[in-house]
Design a protein around this ligand. Structure first.
Ligand SMILES: [Zn+2]
Length: 129
């Protein structure tokens, strides 16, 4: 995928969320606590609720995107840039994403440490191919 494709495909939070859903749950949303597939969507808050155990969760829960104030399009772009095969400095990342250096630094740390996580590389792999 090219940079242009990435920025078009993942322009909004909603586009990123639906990509995250498809990657995490290719067979349909599944409860991360009990594995049930009978899930209702609490549409106003992008939240899901399990009909069996009443567990409430979101698509980013349990990923590096959980509880972050950084918009998902910036995360996706950061992952793309860090996987493009070229070395990218934190300074560059901070400029490209219009984020403070400290924020870019902690994103880069989290992305690097997640590279070993299979679910994450599946997600990142989609960006690179
Ligand atoms: Zn459940």
């Amino acid at each position: 995928m090219t940079l242009l494709q990435i920025t078009r495909k993942f322009r909004t939070q909603g586009q990123c969320l639906s990509h995250l859903m498809k990657t995490r749950w290719p067979e349909g949303v599944t409860c991360s606590r009990c594995g049930s597939r009978i899930i209702s969507r609490i549409s106003t808050r992008d939240k899901f609720e399990c009909a069996r155990c009443e567990y409430q969760f979101t698509a980013p829960a349990g990923t590096i995107f959980h509880k972050t104030y950084i918009p998902l399009p910036k995360w996706f772009l950061a992952i793309y840039l860090m996987n493009s095969g070229r070395e990218i400095s934190v300074n560059q990342l901070s400029r490209d994403l219009s984020l403070p250096y400290k924020t870019a630094w902690s994103m880069a740390q989290r992305i690097r440490s997640e590279m070993k996580n299979q679910e994450f590389t599946k997600l990142a792999g989609l960006f690179v191919n």
